[in-house]
Design a protein around this ligand. Sequence first.
Ligand SMILES: [Zn+2]
Length: 76
Amino acid sequence: MICLSCKNGQMIESTNTYFAQSNHCYVIIENVPCLKCEQCGETYYRASVLEKIDEILDGVKKLTDRVAIMDFRNAA
Ligand SMILES: [Zn+2]
């Protein structure tokens, strides 16, 4: 798959750390699978991964911590 951003680099399987801000806290999700361009570093998340991130963020709303650090692999 060719990168849609630079239209030059190859997209390779990788993992990324995803940052999100929920209503009351900051969420860091580690080891999120993504495709990363080896040339420009652009990252893409699959729809199924984005859905899972939404689920994780929904779960985080029940936490009282201001900062939550999750692991994508454990949150599945
Ligand atoms: Zn690129």
